[in-house]
Design a binder for this molecule. Structure first.
Ligand code: C2E
Ligand code: CA
Ligand code: CA
Length: 337
């Protein structure tokens, strides 16, 4: 806090030159000495108030900006920590906040009439908007949250069905995607039973779609779960048929009602080639086994026509509609009351 003052410039103890503020020029407030006959002075700040005044004069911007910056940084950290978290914790939070919601994609029969829907999960994220299932289902399966998430999805689907049941065609199919974890215990049977009981009096069928990402064991417990589901009238569908490792062994081990032909095969159905041959083979297999067929990923009128010509029972795809929020599904596909 010692300065060398020459005119309106000051030199501080670190060798920095500054412009001399009024404080440094005020001889009465400072310990100051100016040798006679010389144009310079040496001044010292004495005491805290002067040091503070000096700091204020020179660093006003920094002194004002620092707390504001600290506050902003704090807010940013808070925001990021809430958003970032570990993906697992984030899923747990979303589950508690009931952010997983059903979207519905219509399934049509081969006359082009509505005969069901598939429930596809979306994550209604408070900051990131609607998130597609490919981004969170694999993790949800890995950490076991998929089971309670599916339970919530079924509850919401049931609420919706109770509102619109009178406007649905008879024999309406409601398809829910499940994975191997659902077959670890018998809760799935109880949940399906409760779902169907709540809809008793309405002609609605529940379908469980099984993907092949995780293989199901053909152990005694799994088999007994399949039997119990069959007994209460739940249908089982194999999803993405032909793309996994276990399609055929599923057919061999479990009672299967529906095969969903993967969209990769439907894509090539118009041309002569392997896709068409595979579809024809699946068709033959399904007919012989008495299993119904759904063509997935139907996108063009030509594909619709081809699927119809092959007499495939059901079809589903963007040609008819993308998965829709329930209100939009009602608006577009159900008779208006
Ligand atoms: P998936 O069960 O095979 O569902 C069909 C997917 O294909 C959906 O994608 C649907 O939007 C899309 N799709 C339907 N029609 C067309 C079409 O014409 N063209 C094309 N290019 N795509 C079409 P989404 O909704 O993104 O779901 C992706 C996958 O995530 C599902 O494939 C399913 O395996 C999984 N998933 C979705 N919801 C659930 C759920 O609630 N539980 C479980 N375990 N898995 C789910
Ligand atoms: Ca599916
Ligand atoms: Ca599929």
């Amino acid at each position: 806090n010692l300065f060398f003052i020459l005119g309106d410039r000051a030199l501080d103890g670190h060798g920095m030159t500054l412009s001399a503020t009024p404080l440094l020029q005020d001889e009465h407030k400072l310990l100051s000495s100016s040798p006679e006959g010389h144009p310079y002075r040496l001044v010292a700040l004495n005491g805290l108030p002067q040091i503070l005044t000096f700091a204020w004069d020179y660093n006003r911007d920094t002194l004002l900006a620092t707390p504001v910056l600290a506050l902003l940084l704090g807010l940013l950290t808070f925001h990021l920590s809430r958003r970032g978290g570990s993906p697992r914790r984030e899923l747990a939070r979303a589950l508690a906040a009931r952010e997983f919601v059903p979207y519905l994609q219509p399934v049509m029969n081969n006359q082009g009439a509505l005969c069901g829907f598939e429930v596809l999960m979306r994550w209604r994220h408070p900051e990131q908007g609607m998130i597609a299932p490919g981004n969170f289902i694999p993790l949800a399966e890995e950490c076991g949250y998929i089971v309670p998430m599916t339970r919530q999805l079924m509850e919401q689907t049931l609420d919706y069905l109770l509102k619109v049941a009178d406007r649905l065609p008879s024999g309406f199919h409601v398809a829910i995607n499940v994975c191997a974890q659902h077959f670890k215990n018998e809760d799935i049977v109880a949940e399906c039973r409760a779902f169907l009981a709540a809809l008793s009096g309405h002609d609605i069928r529940l379908v469980l779609e099984l993907t092949e990402r995780e293989m199901l064991d053909g152990d005694a417990r799994t088999l007994s779960i399949f039997d119990a589901l069959d007994e209460i009238g739940v249908l089982v569908a194999i999803d993405d048929f032909g793309t996994g490792h276990s399609s055929l062994s599923y057919l061999q081990k479990f009672h299967v009602d529906i095969i969903k032909i993967d969209r990769s095969f439907i894509k090539g159905i118009q041309e002569e080639g392997p896709s068409r041959l595979i579809v024809e083979n699946i068709l033959d297999l399904a007919r012989r086994m008495g299993v119904a067929l759904v063509a997935e990923g139907v996108e063009t009128a030509a594909q619709v026509e081809m699927v119809r010509r092959y007499d495939i029972d059901f079809q589903q795809g963007f040609y008819f509609a993308k998965p829709l929020p329930p209100a939009e599904f009602s608006q577009h596909f159900l008779p208006q009351t």
